[in-house]
Every structure is written in C-alpha cells, then in structure tokens.
Design a protein. Sequence first.
Length: 115
Amino acid sequence: QVQLVESGGGLVQAGGSLRLSCAASGSIFSINRRGWYRQAPGKQRELVALIVRGGTTNYADSVAGRFTISRDSAKNTVYLQMNSLKPEDTAVYYCHAAVDGRSYWGQGTQVTVSS
C-alpha cells in the first residue's frame, strides 16, 4: 500500500507559478513510477508529467518547457514546478504512483489560473 498526500494548489494569475508537492508513505520502495495527472471540468483525466525509478521524465506536449517534475528521495516527495501558467491549466491535479501494475492516487489539489 502507498499513501499519497498532495499540497500546493491554489489561485494564480496567468503567467504566474505554483509548485505542487506529493509526499508518499507506505511501501515506497516498490514504486516504479510517479507522476502528475490533471482533470478539468467536463474532461478526462490526462497525464501531465511522470518520472520513473531511473530518473527519466516525460511531459505532455501542452506543458513541456513550462512544467518540471522532480523528486527528493530523502523526503519521498515528488514536485511539480509550474511556470508560465495559462487559464487552460486550470484543473484538479492528482499525484499518482505505480507499483507493480497497481495505481495509487492522491486526493487531488485544485489549481486555478485566472486570465
């Protein structure tokens, strides 16, 4: 079992920045991949960024160059630094962890970008 707790969402103006954090606890040594997803009203949940055990990262085209995923292994925490935010980035952001084919999710944190 893995527990994920997110923090860092909020309201920001277009062009601003936010940093999301996701702290993991439980069977953290079994985690193969961690990432961030988001879901806007009326839309499907989509992948934003991920980082695998070896450190390779991947980003959705819509956020590449603006968002950065990173991790602090000592704190069991993954971060999502979001810069140059746009109104279309408004969504609930969910932290995700994959463990041997099983998915674990955080509770979600709201990010709202005003124009």
